[in-house]
Design a protein around this ligand. Sequence first.
Ligand SMILES: Nc1ncnc2c1ncn2[C@@H]1O[C@H](COP(=O)(O)OP(=O)(O)OP(=O)(O)O)[C@@H](O)[C@H]1O
Length: 315
Amino acid sequence: MSQPLVAPADRPPADSAPAVDLTGIVRRFGHGANRIVAVDHVDLRIERGEVVALLGPNGAGKTTTIDVLLGLSEPDEGTARVLGTHPHRAVTAGRLAAVLQTGGLLSDLTVRETISVVAGLHGASGRIAEVIDRADLTAIARRRVGKCSGGEKQRVKFALALLPDPDVLVLDEPTAGMDVTARRRFWEAMRADADAGRTIVFATHYLEEAEQFARRTIVMNHGRVVADGATARLRASLGGRIVSAAIPGGIAALAAELRADASVAEVSTDADRLTVRTEASDLLAGRLLSLGACDLEITAPTLESAFTSLTEDPS
Ligand SMILES: Nc1ncnc2c1ncn2[C@@H]1O[C@H](COP(=O)(O)OP(=O)(O)OP(=O)(O)O)[C@@H](O)[C@H]1O
């Protein structure tokens, strides 16, 4: 592979640039006392072919980050590059596409007509049959969009996003409001694309969607990235047991030691009480008892509560 030895700093060669490269992104809204920092110094690098979930509670900054990534919103600070170029250029070149929560479809057109019209605009008429198939729309191709369910409409938007055959596909809560069956169908339609190597970034509230679909999960809260790693690893760190006990005679050294332990996901202290989330709960409980621990409790966190603890305000 021939690559220049020295590439201009702001323009990496198009074939080696990451799919997404956000650096120091800040996005604020409002003024004075009403000022909100929706995205607060976010750095995000996503390589080509990655499937990444952007997970976080309401107001975490997911949509704002996605808007910057798509070039729909300019950041107040920082730079956004997609495939080595400005997001606008990537969109215009048909290399970046999105399925967004907003943006209407014309209800009088059928599913096939909708896709045909947009395909005509993009010079992609040769791909109509393929995207209808990919988005699992064959059975409802003649249905008027106005008669489609929310899940079906999202699949129509997904088909439209596939028309330019983009390298990077971004989806903002694509299954919001769908029932379990509709969500499953939507992700089945997406899976083939992910397996084929397209870079996919999606925002979701659903931990299960990240677990089932994304190899990497980025957790956002209050405009910041609070966790970023392999979804399986995140899941393991959210699993385990919570061991809590009162330890007589000082716990600072023990807490520091446990924080450095790879089997320990989380350590917190409150006066003489130590609380630890760990995969090795029995081992730890034994050790704490040998140190004279009392009032020992071992509880299983639900994934939901573990996620909440990851995104709750520090106190
Ligand atoms: N145009 C805007 N004007 C003012 N505030 C905004 C605007 N857009 C977003 N915000 C605020 O920025 C913060 C982040 O919002 P954002 O929509 O990015 O979060 P989110 O993680 O996508 O949330 P949700 O899951 O509810 O969609 C929120 O406090 C929101 O109210």
